[in-house]
Design a protein around this ligand. Structure first.
Ligand SMILES: *Cc1c(COP(=O)(O)O)cnc(C)c1O
Length: 426
């Protein structure tokens, strides 16, 4: 499967290909172990000299196929699947940062990532500066320090729904000499491929649109092959000899796959955040229809957004694909084929009205998830942020009436009718 095929063809056919007499569908290789004839074969594996597998923590055929497919779809040079999206972000940072290092991140990021950066990584001695992603380039550059090792942002932030100016962030990263890491979960490669705009590493929670059917938790890191790890002494893990592999240098030996090879050979080896073969199969199954699903998710979300915008009981609505949204221009540039399936809105009457609305929805279900084929809703003020007072919620930028909707693939008439009847009752 070549990169010059259309995106739709890559979704359907990449990267697994059946030869004559082989299964047409990617097989699930469900095992922990591989057999070898002699010590020499095993030694080659431990020296990273063999493409074969040795133990499922360090990779397996079904997971390999998923990684190749994700890399193919993102236009990257290599991929590394993980047990969850959180693990993908964690090992990406730990592949280039250690105690004493620093990263710059957009402040509008997923809650789990916010916690990882500001609490867990802080405990490990890695400092994160969270910035307003709309600052001009010159202002962002002022946050760079000699120990800054990466810049991070989300294409479409979950749940803020801001759109990242990827080219601006890429320019900042280039000027500092560090990689730009973009979490592309909510856009998916069907709507935006950050590497084309200068990103160096792309991360995913494949749990969301990649799987798309709420079947399997997972994550993936994709490498752009477009960063010179040896250009400075900032990234010794990639540019200096690794003693646990007899002094090999990842950048020298693996070139455009250096980042992902080190993720596997060092980070996943030591931390064990492996994706299970069954989850790789389910995620691969989902990716085969990614192009179609994202198109319809985006159409349905835009239609629902337009409906809600004109409803007298709706206080505010955020959807970057809708004209008039603060991020509409950036969405036009980075997401010209649709802004994805997630929108958020608030009803007049605050938290109580929001809770009542959710109770009355019949087709849409309350779940802590986005990216499913089924329309799903969440009211953060009464669920994920319920421990905060209303004042504290407002201070944290959360409007107590805000409802996040992950618009599914049902008939748009049925989706709108469901919100209509629920709005009538408040
Ligand atoms: C869900 C999510 C994550 C975390 O992924 P998990 O698979 O739940 O670990 C990271 N980033 C974004 C944008 C997400 O939506």
């Amino acid at each position: 499967m070549a990169n010059n095929h259309g995106f739709e063809t890559r979704c359907v056919h990449g990267a697994y290909k059946a030869e004559s007499g082989q299964p047409q569908v990617l097989p699930i290789v469900q095992n922990t172990t591989y057999r070898y004839y002699n010590a020499q074969d095993v030694a080659e594996l431990f020296d990273l000299e063999s493409p074969n597998h040795m133990y499922t923590r360090l990779g397996s055929p079904t997971v390999d196929a998923l990684e190749q497919k994700m890399a193919l779809l993102e236009g990257g040079t290599a991929g590394m699947a993980t047990s969850a999206g959180q693990a993908a972000t964690m090992i990406t940072i730990l592949n280039i940062c250690q105690a004493g290092d620093h990263i710059i991140s957009a402040s509008n990021i997923y809650g789990g990532t916010h916690n990882l950066f500001t609490v867990t990584l802080a405990r490990l001695g890695i400092e994160a500066t969270l910035i307003d992603q709309n600052l001009p380039k010159e202002e962002i550059l002022k946050y760079a320090k000699p120990n800054t090792k990466a810049i991070f942002g989300e294409t479409i932030a979950n749940p803020a729904l801001t759109v990242l100016d990827i080219e601006k962030f890429a320019e900042v990263a280039k000027e500092i000499g560090v990689p730009l890491i973009v979490d592309n979960t909510l856009a998916s490669p069907a709507l935006c491929r950050p590497i084309e705009f200068g990103a160096n590493i792309v991360t995913h929670s494949t749990t969301k649109y990649s799987d798309g059917h709420a079947s399997a938790v997972g994550g993936c890191v994709i490498e752009g092959g477009n960063f010179d790890w040896s250009a400075s002494d900032k990234f010794p893990g990639l540019s200096q000899p690794d003693e646990s592999y007899h002094g090999l240098t990842f950048h020298e030996k693996f070139g455009p796959a250096a980042f992902c090879t080190r993720l596997k050979a060092v980070l996943v080896r030591d931390m064990g955040c492996t994706m299970a073969p069954m989850n790789a199969y389910l995620t691969h199954q989902g990716l085969q229809t990614l192009h179609l699903r994202m198109e319809r998710h985006s159409q349905n979300a835009l239609a629902l957004a337009k409906y809600l915008k004109n409803h007298p009981k709706v206080d505010f609505i955020t959807y970057p694909g809708m004209e008039g949204d603060q991020y509409y221009e950036l969405a036009q540039k980075y997401l010209p084929n649709g802004a994805g399936g997630v929108l958020s809105f608030g009803v007049k009457g605050g938290k109580a009205a929001g809770e009542k609305l959710l109770e009355n929805l019949k087709l849409a279900s309350i779940v802590v998830h986005v990216g499913d084929i089924r329309t799903s809703v969440l009211h953060p003020a009464s669920t994920t942020h319920r421990q905060l007072s209303e004042e504290a919620q407002l201070a944290a930028g959360l409007n107590p009436s805000l409802i996040r909707v992950s618009v599914g693939l049902e008939s748009i008439d049925d989706i709108i009718a469901d919100f209509e009847q629920a709005l009538e009752q408040i």
